[in-house]
Design a binder for this molecule. Structure first.
Ligand SMILES: [Ca+2]
Ligand SMILES: [Ca+2]
Length: 91
């Protein structure tokens, strides 16, 4: 029984680690879907606009808006979002 419990705990830990390593944008949501509603639209562009020009420790920093992960929210992130504008996940 104890071995079964340890095995289950290990599986849960492994799943948590994998989920932490795979960003949501690559898992379930379209790239640029900053509000996680499965569509890239004006609301996402607004979120990016509010974070535009920011970097970690900026008051308006939003790590989700840093789509290329370079530590700045700038025109390159806006370009990534616009390339995916209109994409949606249908269920
Ligand atoms: Ca969205
Ligand atoms: Ca960036």
């Amino acid at each position: 029984m104890r071995a079964k419990t340890v095995g289950l705990a290990s599986l849960i830990l492994l799943a948590a680690v994998l989920m932490a390593l795979v960003p949501n944008s690559y898992c379930c949501f379209p790239v640029g879907d900053l509000d996680r509603n499965w569509v890239v639209d004006m609301r996402d562009l607004g979120i990016l606009a509010r974070a535009f020009g920011s970097y970690p420790n900026s008051t308006n920093w939003n790590p989700d808006a840093d789509l290329n992960g370079d530590g700045f929210v700038d025109i390159r992130d806006a370009g990534i979002l616009l390339r995916h504008f209109g994409e949606r996940v249908e269920w």
